[in-house]
Design a protein around this ligand. Sequence first.
Ligand code: CA
Length: 280
Amino acid sequence: MSTQFQNEPDEEDNSAFWNKDPVPSRYSFVTRSRRWLVPALVSAVVLILVLAFGINSAGLSSRMGSQEDAVSNLSLSLSSARKASMGTAKDVQRLRFSVESNKDQLISVAESLKELELVHTLGRTVASLKCALERLIQNRTEIKGCCPLEWESFESSCFYFSRASLNWHDARDWCHAHQSQLLILTTAKDWDYVRPYVAHTFFWVGLTDENGKWEWVNGTPYTMDRSRWKPGQPDNWAGHGLGQGTEDCAHLHWDGRLNDLHCSQRQRFICQRRSSPSES
Ligand SMILES: [Ca+2]
């Protein structure tokens, strides 16, 4: 057995098999590859980090530049605003000084206006007393240039602000029976005069659209002016529950603006006439 084993024809080959010379050669190549591969990878990572940091640094620098510009602009704006506020403060100071220096004059003007109003009121009172004396002396109810008792005088007209309440048609007839008509407002002066009298209640005026279009009781066509009406009026409301018909008669609201109502409603009214029409 031992001889056979020794006589194996490929004994030398087996020796050759155990010869490891070529193998260390391949192992050395791998080792060398690993030897440069690791530093290469480290270098690549470092390079990537450097590049990333560089890009971030560039973006950061750009943003910082923008922020610096913004801060610079803000500083300029603040500086301008500060100068402007200083200028305004000076203007306010000058205005205050001007007001203070003119305060006495303004007080004097206000007192003069009060006196003027008082004189005007006294003048109306004197005129009313004069009319009353004339009525007594002449034993007449109508005096030229005078308004009847309980009527108010304004310009060349007399106004009666009723205390009783009537529906619109009865109010219109009452005014006719007293040589007057329901109020017709055609001038801003008349509107301004009437407004304080209607501050607390409603008054019928001589405006109706019973015939299909708005017109004054004397037949004068009415030119629609929404600024004189309550918002959304006239609305010709049909849900009033006051019988047939919609809202065809105008009245003055207590804020001095118009509204249309059903004519059957009872409320106070204003009559208007010229001073002593029977003699004019
Ligand atoms: Ca209405």
